[in-house]
Design a protein around this ligand. Structure first.
Ligand code: T3D
Length: 263
């Protein structure tokens, strides 16, 4: 499938997926959703990919749903937004969450509506100092989606999540980092260097182990301590059977740099 609304390339084990509708701040229409779905399928299928990096072209990261695709004229039949969430946004968030490799987001500009929550669904989020996050849904009578009502309170606490969602205030990348909503706020001209160097490094690390870490931490948000202890046991059993565990221990004992294959 040829891509038009996203760019996709693989470089040094990192799949770089760039949202590419800059004139509408990379908001999602149906075609872009289809391309995103296809690209994420490629990430999963391509054994050479050991990390995914998502960013946007132009001055925005993503402004969520393309509102020009919604006919809300008084005489029009109202769209079924639940169907859109079911078909497009929920599968995307589930895929990002379930991909067995680290997903990095480099937020290059404003991230609004679903755009903000797609970023927050990634595993490690860098943002340019000039970037911002807006739970814009309330401004048009909607509810935060794309996992926002799940991720936000867990990242920033109930009080901040509620106010962000009800007020729709823009918060800066710096504030987002201070609140623990994202990993790091970096100078604009450093964003891609920092995000790429993190992604390239992760692509040389024990990929299966990292995928198990992701599973464990994601499950911890709903598990009891007992359930989590059992899960840690089970995942450690799997991790302990990987080639990379063997290589990691051998390299440590031989005082050399490990050569992880991701297996
Ligand atoms: O419908 C469903 O499927 C349900 C799912 C919904 C998920 C959602 O994401 S709902 C929330 C949708 N998003 C928004 O409500 C955000 C709308 N955008 C904004 O509030 C502002 O654009 C921003 C705060 C993000 C940025 O403001 P600013 O002043 O920096 O830029 P701008 O001038 O508003 O936007 C620049 C251009 O992008 C402009 O086009 P123009 O005038 O230059 O031709 C603007 O219309 C366009 N644009 C921005 N956001 C969207 C958009 N076009 C279509 N849809 C957008 N979401």
């Amino acid at each position: 499938m040829a891509f038009e609304h996203i760019e996709y390339r693989v470089d040094e084990g990192v799949a770089i997926l760039t949202l590419n509708r800059p004139n509408s701040l990379n908001s999602f229409n149906a075609e872009m959703h289809a391309e995103m779905r296809e690209a994420l399928k490629q990430v999963r299928k391509d054994g050479s990919v050991r990390c995914l990096l998502i960013t946007g072209n132009g001055r925005g990261f993503c402004a969520g749903q393309d509102l020009s695709d919604r006919n809300v004229a008084a005489d029009a039949e109202m769209p079924d937004l639940g169907a859109s969430i079911e078909k497009f946004y929920n599968p995307m968030i589930r895929t990002l969450r379930d991909l067995p490799l680290p997903v990095i987001c480099a937020v290059n500009g404003v991230a609004a509506g679903a755009g903000a929550n797609i970023a927050l669904a990634c595993d490690i989020v860098f943002a340019a100092r000039s970037a911002s996050f807006i739970q814009a849904f309330c401004k048009i009578g909607l509810v935060p989606d794309s996992g926002g009502t799940w991720n936000l309170p867990r990242l920033v606490g109930h009080a901040r999540a509620m106010a962000l969602s009800m007020l729709g205030d823009k918060i800066s990348a710096e504030q987002a980092a201070q609140w623990g909503m994202i990993w790091s706020c970096v100078d604009d001209d450093q964003l891609m260097d920092e995000a790429l160097s993190c992604a390239r490094n992760l692509a040389t690390q024990p990929t299966r182990g990292l995928a198990l870490i992701k599973r464990a931490l994601n499950a911890s948000t709903t598990n009891t301590l007992d359930e989590q202890l059992d899960l840690e046991r089970d995942l450690q059993r799997l991790a302990g059977r990987t080639d990379d565990y063997r290589e990691g221990v051998a390299a440590f004992m031989e005082k050399r740099k490990p050569n992880f294959t991701g297996q």
